[in-house]
Design a binder for this molecule. Structure first.
Ligand code: MSP
Length: 668
């Protein structure tokens, strides 16, 4: 058994979980599950990055204390991941006291080693990246950050410098000695060339704002947010009492940092340099830094508004989390840039999951119900079996064994898409095998031994597939097992669950055929799903908001009576408006954050602007239809609820409730 520790970046709290952050997080969860199947002890870490100028400014804009602002956003990340079947062992927040103390300790060690010194600095800073930029990197005209396309700021300050230049040679030696330290290869080459071109000392403290971890002994400085953030990977283990997952000389611990290519440099250059400067030995550095590529959505770059329009939670609720997970892991070669294409996702669902795996299960269980009374047959000795069937079974066995090994290698080498491809190829083989072995013909000829041999082989492929698919689709894999009459996968440290080879189970157990595992979408369903899920294209002029109005008005005509059950499907809740602002270029709309007693406030867009100023609504108790499907107003503006009101658009009266009713109370 070895120890496998995998991390995601900790996400900034000025954003919500989106498809990009979901991608890294799902990949990390799938990799950890694969290692659980190998019998490794595993640890999965994610969390939120809460300090720095960007967060301080956002909180101020919202009129909130930075910590209260971070509390809300961090809670929305924490709540999101389990909905995607991601199960972190620890969720770190950089505002945790234990993390702060750990970071300050690391600072003191580096200071004691002589790698921090005071000086003054003048350079360009991009608040979006939380990073200094050299003149060369900027786009002209306008001194724009190449990533954020926003003007950088000129920063001139007293600062502590980290003596990064001193680590140039040791880092190059590290990349040389450990060619796998940075992966994939192309990214490693970029890092080597960046470091070879010379490292400047790095400014690691700021004095012009205060939302950060104070520098020990000089509290007018707060630490550079990346110094604080990167340290989470080590401090979280200490907080969780799992220091054994950090590598030491001679230990079996392996640490994998996963991230997008945008932040590779911080991980592959600054982080090992900080650790080395603090006295960590080469053996005590992370084992691998793996940068995956960037996703576009339906061919479009994920701008902030588009990112928010493609809500992974909404996709997961609509299609099931496993379908989203499969698409993300299968459709993009892990490490390269790729496109998340909604139409492609549904096509792939039908082809890979419906026609291949789902169909294989249904056919096999159908045949078992016809010929064995839904009992698992034994694989009879192949010796006496009709030669063609014997050859077909032996071929299937060989190809399954080869794919099993290749799939294990693929997980080890971070070729997640390849592992998925191999599982599908195994399904294809088995579907071909049923056609070739034609057990129905054997049954007609009365050769029940042959029928049983074919069915036992098919059930074995399905059992193996349930394990191979589990890292990507844990829910569906367990459903598949249930139909095979097997228990869910429950990994156990030190005991491999990964199948060693094709080895049919003893016969006798009851199979339990159920509803189709992956019911196929027909043309009309695909169209309806695409209409609902695909966000409007960004270049298109935003559609004018027309009726139905975003606020429920008085109905123009009497409606027919409805049964009580219909009314009961509408969820009405008391909300309190936390913040409210106008929407640029939409003179009728206001954008509100409404407390409904949930983990995070609800973003609601409402046509109230002709009747109310934003300030007059803050603190008001309102009545919200809280189970309406989210509604897009274009340009990434999405409403997650509707306020009740009556009257003409310029003289609306809001529905409310008497008394001090708690937010979230249901109206019945
Ligand atoms: N807070 C820092 C990370 C500190 S780690 C010590 C940060 N946070 S972030 O919220 O901006 O998250 C960046 C990460 O989100 C990327 O590295 C990547 O993992 C993920 N992605 C964001 N957009 C993405 C795509 N369009 N495609 C794929 N991944 C993307 O940076």
């Amino acid at each position: 058994m070895s120890r496998f520790y995998v991390t995601t970046p900790i996400y900034y709290v000025n954003d919500v979980p989106h498809l990009g952050t979901a991608y890294t997080t799902i990949a990390a969860d799938a990799l950890r599950r694969a290692h659980q199947l190998f019998g490794d002890a595993t640890f999965l870490l994610t969390g939120t990055d809460e300090h720095g100028l960007k967060i301080e400014r956002q909180a101020l804009e919202k009129g909130m204390e930075p910590l209260a602002f971070a509390d809300q956003a961090s809670a929305s990340f924490r709540a999101a991941w389990p909905e995607l079947r991601v199960e972190p062992d620890y969720f770190i927040r950089t505002t945790e006291p234990a993390h702060k103390a750990f970071v300050q300790d690391l600072w003191r060690r580096i200071e004691a080693a002589g790698d921090l010194y005071e000086g003054s600095y003048e350079d360009w800073y991009c608040v979006g990246c939380e990073s200094f930029k050299t003149e060369k990197e900027l786009e002209q005209p306008g001194n724009l950050c190449p990533l954020h396309k926003k003007a950088v700021e000129r920063v001139k300050e007293q600062t502590y410098f980290f003596r990064l230049s001193r680590w140039e040679k040791p880092l190059l030696e590290l990349y040389e000695r450990r060619p796998d330290f940075v992966r994939p290869e192309s990214r490693r080459n970029e890092v080597v060339s960046f470091v070879s071109s010379g490292l400047r000392d790095l400014s690691v403290s700021r004095t012009s704002f205060s939302w950060g971890i104070p520098v020990p002994g000089d509290e007018k400085h707060v630490m550079y947010v990346w110094f604080d953030a990167l340290t989470n990977y080590r401090s979280a283990l200490a907080a969780a009492g799992k220091d054994g997952f950090w590598p030491r000389a001679g230990s079996d611990a392996r640490v994998l940092h996963l991230m997008g290519k945008d932040i590779l440099r911080f991980h592959a250059v600054y982080w090992p340099a900080f650790l080395l400067a603090a006295g960590y030995s080469q053996d005590e550095l992370p084992s691998q830094i793996f940068a995956h590529g960037f996703l576009t959505v339906d061919g479009q770059k994920m701008s902030k508004s588009l990112r928010n329009a493609v809500d992974p939670l909404r996709l997961a609720r609509k299609l099931g989390p496993d379908v989203l997970r499969y698409q993300l892991l299968r459709s993009v070669a892990f490490g390269q840039d790729g496109d998340f294409d909604h139409a492609g996702m549904l096509e792939r669902y039908n082809a890979d999951l419906g026609k291949n795996i789902g169909n294989l299960l249904q056919r096999t269980l159908g045949l078992c119900s016809r010929f064995t009374g839904s009992k698992r047959p034994d694989l009879p000795s192949l010796v006496g079996i009709e030669p063609l069937t014997r050859r077909l079974i032996t071929n299937l066995e060989e190809s399954v064994n080869l794919k099993l090994e290749a799939s294990r290698q693929a997980w080890e080498n971070m070729e997640v898409h390849r592992a998925m491809e191999l599982a599908m190829a195994m399904g294809d083989d088995a579907n071909g095998f049923v056609n070739d072995a034609a057990p129905w013909a054997a049954a007609k000829a009365g050769d029940m031994t042959r029928v049983e041999a074919v069915l036992a082989a098919l059930l074995e492929v399905l059992r193996i597939l349930s394990i191979l698919l589990w890292p990507a689709m844990p829910g569906k894999a367990d459903e598949l097992r249930q139909q095979l009459g097997l228990g869910p996968i429950s990994p156990c440290e030190g005991e491999a669950r990964w199948p060693s080879r094709f080895e049919p189970l003893q016969g006798g157990g009851e199979l339990s055929p159920g509803t189709p595992l992956f019911p196929m979408y027909d043309k009309d369903q695909v169209k309806a799903l695409l209409d609902e899920l695909v966000p409007p294209r960004e270049e298109a002029p935003s559609p004018e908001v027309k009726a139905p109005t975003p606020v429920a008005g008085a109905p123009a005509e009497e409606l027919a009576p409805i049964p009580f059950e219909d009314f009961a499907r509408v969820e009405l809740k008391v909300g309190v408006v936390l913040s409210c602002e106008r929407v640029p270029r939409k003179d009728k709309l206001l954008r509100l954050q409404v407390d409904l007693g949930e983990e995070a406030p609800r973003p609601i867009v409402a046509g109230l602007a002709l009747s109310f100023t934003p300030e007059s609504l803050v603190g008001r108790r309102v009545v919200v239809v809280s189970n309406l499907e989210p509604r897009s107003f274009g340009k990434g503006l999405v409403s997650h609820g509707m306020l009740l009101a009556t009257g003409a658009p310029e003289s609306l009266t809001l529905a409310s409730v008497d008394g001090d009713v708690a937010p979230g109370a249901r109206l019945k």
